[in-house]
Design a protein around this ligand. Sequence first.
Ligand SMILES: [Zn+2]
Length: 241
Amino acid sequence: MHFSLCKKFGMSLFTVLLLVVTAQADVKSAVQQATAAYVKAHKKNNNAPDDLVNVAQAIPSIILDIKYATNNNFTGKVVYTQSVCYLRRRVVEALEQVQQELGKEGLGLKIWDGYRPYTVQQKFWNLVPDPRYVGDPAKGSKHNRGAAVDLTIISLKTAKELAMPSAFDDFSEKAHRNYTIMTPEAAKNCRRLEDAMTKYGFVGLPTEWWHFDYIGEQAASPRWQQFALLNVSFEELAKMQ
Ligand SMILES: [Zn+2]
């Protein structure tokens, strides 16, 4: 909030900072509660509609290249303890349809990231505190809800990635969906990915051509809202599968 607005509403800068810190603490405690509830519920039932599902097991033809499980990412460090991708069951079902549709053209999906435990979000925010590229932990990322996926298209024949407007996690205008300076091939491939994803209930992030959130059938009440921010570790999830 701009300082002049603080004055207008009679708030001191201290009050504003206090509100921000309190909001973050609220989110953290909500995440803790949701995580405990998820673990408790899924010890008994691992077939619930909001399950975090292992994508490689559910859709074996999808290629995984989980960048945060390597040091080949914007942090330069290995951030994930396992090279895995989990997404909510409904999201995986939609992704399977995208994979089938692209398969008819000899194409397939390659995933760079899916569900991301909440504590990792804080690490990313500390490195890149820019909401255009990293979800603010005060709100949480849709990756923390298991409802966002980062991905590209490959040729099934060669397993090579198709030309796209930029590399993954290129935090520049090159990654923006409305960026126009690119080869016709990259533009065509980017549109192909967006068309296929949109058809099955995803919406693309304007500033990252590779990032899609799952909204389902009704954009007015997006599905991702129904999935809580979680901090379940990959190890815990593996035990629940
Ligand atoms: Zn993303």
